[in-house]
Design a protein around this ligand. Structure first.
Ligand SMILES: Cc1cc2nc3c(=O)[nH]c(=O)nc-3n(C[C@H](O)[C@H](O)[C@H](O)COP(=O)(O)OP(=O)(O)OC[C@H]3O[C@@H](n4cnc5c(N)ncnc54)[C@H](O)[C@@H]3O)c2cc1C
Length: 605
C-alpha cells in the first residue's frame, strides 16, 4: 500500500497565490505570529508528522480496530504512541487561545492541520477533532471556573472531549432527547440516559475524557426548547486539578461499523453521572450549535481528504499497471502494453478525483478566512462581527459539508475503479478509503439535512434569497473582470450565466413553495448539489486566473504546475460542471412526482 504525501505545493499555491493568506493573517490579531515563514514551517512539520506517524497506522488500525474489555476501550497498536507524539508536538493547542495554554494561531491553521491529519488517517484525527468541539463549547459557554478546570489539560491534549447528542430514537430530531439531569443540592446534576454513536466516547489515549452532553432538566419544555448542556467528565477533576474519582459514565459497547474502525464509536451509559450545567438552562442546543459551522467544515474536510488520498494512490497505480494499447497508437512501444494512464476513460476517473480534491481544498481555504474573522469577533467580544461572519460562513457551510462529502465518496469509489478488481481487495487500501469516507455524508447532519438547512433556512427563510444574491454578486464581480482575458473568457462567461441562473432558480422555488409546501424538501438536494458545482466552478476559475497570470509573467520554475491547473479547470468546466444543469432541471419538478405514491402502495410483495 502506498503512503500519504502531504500536498504542500498545492496548499501553498492556494494560501499564498490564490487567497493571499499572508495579507489575511496580517489583518488578524491572532495572525500576528502567523507570518509566512512560521506558516511554512508549521505546514512542513505537520506534513512530516502525518506522513511518518499517522499514515503508517492507517491500514493496521483498520485491520485491528478498537476493543472493549471490562468497560475499557483500547485503541489499535501504535495509536497511543502517535497520540503522545501529537501531544509533545503541541498540535492540539495550535489555534487554541493563549490564555488557556494554546498557541493562539488563527482557526484556519487548525483546519490546515486537520486536513493533513485527516487525509493521512481519518480515524486517528477524530480523537483530537472531537476534543476541539468540546473545547470550543467550554470556551464560549463555560463559566470562568469551568474554563480554568478543563481548558488547559484539554489544550495540552492530556484530556480529550466528546460531543454527546445522539440517542437511539433520535440523531437529526434532537427535540426527542430523553436523557435527564436532576439538580443536586451542591449545584451539580445527576445525568441519566443512553447516548449512542459517540465518537471517542472512551479510549486509552488520554488521562480523562470530558463529555459534553445534551439532557433535559425536570419540567423542561418539550422539544428543542427544553434541552440543556452539561459537562460530564469521565473522572471528576480533583482539587489539585488532576483527574480524580471515576464518574458513573461507562462505555456499554462499541458499534461494529463499515469503516473508520480505529475510531471508537461508543454506546455511553450515564447512570446518575455527576454533571455540571454549561450555558443557560434550556438553551443547550443554541450553545451546542454556536460552533456548528466550524465543526461542519471539519467534516467537509472528509470529502477532500479521501479524494486526495485515493487520487495519490490511484495515480501511482495507473502509472505502473499496463493494459492494452492507447487508441491513438502505442505510447510505450518498448513495454508489453501501455500504462492505464494512456486510456482516456482512466484519465476521466483520475481527473475527476484531482478536480474534486483540489477544487474542494480551495473551497475550504476560501471559507476558512471567514471562520478566522468569526472566531476573532467572538474572542474580542464583538458580537456583531461574529454574527456577520457567522452568517456569511453559515451560507457556505452546508454547501461545503453536503456537496464535498458527496463528491468525496464519488472520488473514493473512482479510486477503487482505477484499480479494477484489485480495488476491491483489502491489501491495496482503496476499499478502506471508500468505507472510511462513507460516514461523512451521514454524521454532523446528513446531506439531506444540509440541503434543507441551505435552501429552507439560509436561503428562503432567513434571507428571502439574499444569501444567493450576495454570493453570486461576488462571483459575477470576479467574472466580469476576467472577460477581457482570452484564456479566462469562456470560464467567465459560464460563471455569469450560472450566477443569473442560480438567482432565477431561487426565485422560482420561492414562488413554487407558496403553493407546493413540499417543494422545499423535494428541491433541496438538487439545489445543494447545484450550488456546490457552481461554487466549485468559481473556485476553479480563481485558481485558473492565478495560474494564467503566472504563466504570462513567465520565469517561474513551476510552469508545469500552472499548466496543470489550467488543464484541470478546463476539465472541470467541460466534464463536471454540466451536471449542474441536470440538478437545475430536477429541482424545478413538482414535489408531486415524489409524494403522489400512497404510503401503503410503495411496495407490493
Ligand atoms: C460512526 C458514527 C459516528 C458518530 N459520532 C457521533 C458523535 O460523536 N456524537 C453524536 O452525538 N452523534 C454521532 N453520530 C450520530 C450521527 O450524527 C447521526 O447518526 C446523524 O445525525 C443522523 O441521525 P440518525 O442516525 O438518527 O438518522 P435519522 O435522523 O433517523 O435520519 C434518517 C434519514 O432521514 C432523513 N431525515 C430525517 N429527518 C428529515 C427531515 N425532516 N427531512 C428530510 N429528511 C430527513 C435523514 O437525512 C436520513 O437520511 C455518529 C454516527 C456514526 C454512524
Amino acid at each position: 500500500m502506498p503512503a500519504y504525501k502531504a500536498p504542500l505545493r498545492d496548499m501553498k499555491f492556494l494560501l499564498n497565490d490564490v487567497f493571499d493568506y499572508p495579507k489575511h493573517y496580517a489583518s488578524l490579531a491572532s495572525g500576528e505570529n502567523a507570518t509566512p515563514d512560521i506558516v511554512d514551517a508549521i505546514l512542513t512539520e505537520c506534513g512530516r508528522f502525518c506522513e511518518e506517524q499517522l499514515s503508517p497506522l492507517y491500514q493496521s488500525g483498520d485491520e485491528e480496530g478498537c476493543s472493549l474489555t471490562d468497560g475499557v476501550v483500547t485503541t489499535p497498536k501504535g495509536y497511543k504512541e502517535a497520540y503522545n507524539q501529537y501531544v509533545i508536538g503541541g498540535w492540539q493547542g495550535l489555534s487554541a487561545p493563549e490564555e488557556y495554554g494554546g498557541q493562539g494561531l488563527p482557526t484556519s491553521m487548525g483546519l490546515l492541520k486537520q486536513e493533513m491529519m485527516g487525509t493521512a488517517n481519518w480515524s486517528f484525527s477524530m480523537y483530537p477533532g472531537l476534543s476541539m468541539g468540546a473545547m470550543n463549547t467550554i470556551y464560549l459557554h463555560g463559566s470562568d471556573d469551568q474554563k480554568d478546570t478543563y481548558l488547559l489539560p484539554m489544550t495540552e491534549g492530556r484530556w480529550a472531549g466528546t460531543m454527546c447528542l445522539t440517542e437511539p430514537q433520535c440523531g437529526t430530531d434532537l427535540g426527542q432527547i430523553k436523557t435527564r439531569a436532576e439538580p443536586q443540592a451542591d449545584g451539580s446534576y445527576k445525568v441519566t440516559g443512553t447516548k449512542i454513536f459517540i465518537s471517542s466516547g472512551d479510549h486509552d489515549l488520554t488521562e480523562n475524557i470530558v463529555h459534553i452532553v445534551l439532557a433535559r432538566l425536570p419540567d423542561a419544555p418539550k422539544g428543542t426548547r427544553g434541552i440543556s448542556l452539561f459537562i460530564v467528565p469521565k473522572f471528576l477533576p480533583g482539587a489539585d486539578g488532576d483527574s480524580g474519582k471515576r464518574n458513573t459514565v461507562v462505555c456499554g459497547s462499541l458499534e461494529k461499523k463499515m469503516g473508520i474502525k480505529a475510531s471508537a464509536t461508543c454506546v455511553l451509559n450515564f447512570d446518575e453521572a455527576v454533571g455540571f450545567l454549561i450555558g443557560p438552562e434550556n438553551e443547550g442546543l443554541e450553545c451546542m450549535f454556536t460552533f456548528m459551522n466550524t465543526a461542519r467544515i471539519g467534516t467537509a474536510i472528509q470529502g477532500v481528504g479521501p479524494a486526495e488520498l485515493s487520487y495519490q494512490w490511484a495515480l501511482e497505480y495507473a502509472r505502473e499497471r499496463r493494459s492494452m494499447r492507447a487508441l491513438s497508437g502505442k505510447k510505450e512501444p518498448e513495454q508489453v502494453a501501455d500504462s492505464l494512464l494512456h486510456h482516456a476513460d482512466v484519465r476521466r476517473m483520475l481527473l475527476t478525483q484531482k478536480a474534486i480534491a483540489e477544487g474542494g481544498r480551495a473551497m475550504l481555504y476560501d471559507a476558512a478566512r471567514l471562520a478566522d474573522h468569526m472566531v476573532e469577533g467572538h474572542a474580542a467580544g464583538d458580537a456583531k462581527k461574529a454574527a456577520r461572519y457567522n452568517d456569511k460562513l453559515g451560507f457556505l457551510t452546508p454547501i461545503l459539508k453536503g456537496f464535498l462529502t458527496e463528491l468525496g465518496n464519488e472520488a473514493a469509489n473512482l479510486g477503487m475503479q482505477v484499480f479494477g478488481g484489485h480495488g476491491y481487495i483489502r491489501e491495496h487500501g482503496m476499499e478502506q478509503i471508500a468505507r472510511d469516507t462513507r460516514i461523512a455524508t451521514l454524521y454532523e447532519g446528513t446531506t439531506g439535512i444540509q440541503a434543507l438547512d441551505l435552501l429552507g433556512r439560509k436561503v428562503l427563510l432567513s434571507t428571502k434569497g439574499g444569501a444567493v444574491r450576495d454570493f453570486t454578486a461576488r462571483i459575477a464581480n470576479f467574472a466580469r473582470k476576467k472577460l477581457t482575458d482570452s484564456r479566462l473568457r469562456p470560464l467567465a462567461l459560464d460563471l455569469l450565466k450560472l450566477t443569473a441562473q442560480w438567482n432565477l432558480l431561487t426565485v422560482r422555488i420561492m414562488l413554487a413553495a407558496r403553493k407546493d409546501r413540499d417543494i422545499v424538501s423535494s428541491a433541496s438536494y438538487d439545489f445543494l448539489m447545484y450550488s456546490g458545482y457552481v461554487t466549485m466552478a468559481y473556485i476553479w476559475a480563481r485558481q485558473a486566473a492565478v495560474a494564467a497570470d503566472r504563466l504570462d509573467k513567465g520565469g517561474d520554475e513551476s510552469e508545469e504546475f500552472y499548466e496543470a491547473k489550467l488543464a484541470t479547470a478546463e476539465f472541470y468546466y467541460e466534464r463536471l460542471l454540466p451536471r449542474a444543469q441536470a440538478h437545475a432541471s430536477s429541482m424545478l419538478s413538482p414535489s408531486k412526482n415524489l409524494m403522489q405514491l400512497r404510503a401503503d402502495a410503495m411496495i407490493f410483495i
